[in-house]
Design a protein around this ligand. Structure first.
Ligand code: SAM
Length: 248
C-alpha cells in the first residue's frame, strides 16, 4: 500500500518523478486519456520489473496504450515496443510522443478483441478501461467497460497466453470496483502465477463521483463509499503453461 491519493496528473507526476529514468514529455490531445495515477502505477511497476529482469525483457507490448506513456518508458528502458489502441487519436498520440522522446514504438490500431498476429513479448502491460458503466453511455471510451467493468479486462486475460512468451509476464492495472479476484483466477486458469504487487487507495475522481449512486445501486460499492483501490497485478506465465481447453 502506498497511501491514499487523489486521481489526476499532479499525483501521476509525483509517482513518475521517483522513477530512475528521465521523465518523458508526453502529451494527450483531446480524445486521448490523460495519464493519471493508474498510468503512473503501471509505469513504475513496469520500469521496476524491467530493471530487475534486465536480460529477460527485450520486448514489450502495451495494450490500451492511450498516450503511450508506458510504451515510451519501455522504449527508454531499452525494449522493442509495440503499442496497441483502438482509437485513431491514441495511435497518433503514441507516434507523436515516441518521436518527441526520440524512441521507436511500433503502433497498431486494433481492438484487443480482434488483434492481428503479434509476436509474443517478454512483457505485456495494460491499463484498460475498468469502470462499470450503465448501458448507452455516450462518452468515456477510455474508462467505460460494460455493465460489470470487465469487458476489456476479461478480453485481455483471454489473449495473454498468445501474447506473453513462456516465462514472460504481464502487468495489468485495474480498480477493485470491477473485482480483483476474477482477474487473479482468470489468469491462473490460463497458466499464469498472478498476484497484486502494488495498490493505492484513491479518492473518486469526477467519473466515479458522477456514477457513484448507480455504482451503489448495482452493488459495486457500499453506500457512501467514495474511494477505490487501484491495483497492479503481475502475472508470470509458467514455462509449461497449457491454455485452458487445450489437451496435454
Ligand atoms: C484508461 S485508458 C489508459 C491509457 C494509457 N495506457 C494510460 O495508462 O494512460 C484506456 C485506453 O484503452 C483504449 N481502449 C478502450 N477499449 C479498447 C479496446 N477494446 N481495444 C483497444 N483499446 C481500447 C482507450 O482508447 C484508451 O486509450
Amino acid at each position: 500500500m502506498i497511501g491514499r491519493w487523489a486521481v489526476g496528473e499532479a499525483t501521476a507526476g509525483r509517482i513518475l518523478g521517483t522513477l530512475p529514468l528521465p521523465q518523458p514529455t508526453v502529451t494527450a490531445p483531446t480524445g486521448v486519456y490523460r495519464p493519471s495515477v493508474d498510468s503512473a502505477m503501471l509505469c513504475r511497476r513496469m520500469v521496476n520489473h524491467m530493471q530487475t529482469h534486465p536480460k529477460g525483457v527485450t520486448s514489450v507490448i502495451e495494450l490500451c496504450a492511450g498516450s503511450g506513456i508506458a510504451s515510451v518508458y519501455a522504449a527508454l528502458a531499452g525494449a522493442r515496443v509495440t503499442a496497441v489502441d483502438d482509437t485513431r487519436e491514441s495511435v497518433e498520440a503514441v507516434a507523436v510522443n515516441a518521436a518527441s522522446n526520440d524512441v521507436t514504438v511500433d503502433v497498431v490500431r486494433s481492438d484487443v478483441r480482434a488483434l492481428p498476429r503479434l509476436d509474443p513479448a517478454d512483457l505485456v502491460v495494460a491499463n484498460p478501461p475498468y469502470v462499470p458503466a450503465p448501458a448507452h453511455m455516450p462518452d468515456g471510451h477510455a474508462w467505460n467497460a460494460g455493465p460489470n467493468g470487465r469487458s476489456v479486462v476479461d478480453s485481455i486475460i483471454g489473449v495473454l497466453p498468445e501474447l506473453v512468451r513462456p516465462a514472460g509476464a504481464a502487468l495489468l492495472v485495474q480498480s477493485d470496483v470491477c473485482g480483483v479476484t476474477p482477474t487473479l483466477s482468470g489468469l491462473a486458469d490460463r497458466g499464469f502465477d498472478a498476484a497484486v504487487t502494488d495498490e493505492v487507495v484513491v479518492d473518486f475522481g469526477p467519473v466515479m463521483h458522477e456514477r457513484a449512486l448507480w455504482l451503489e445501486s448495482q452493488g459495486f460499492i457500499e453506500p457512501g463509499e467514495r474511494t477505490e483501490r487501484v491495483v497492479v497485478i503481475r502475472a508470470v506465465r509458467s514455462t509449461s503453461a497449457v491454455p485452458r481447453g487445450a489437451s496435454r
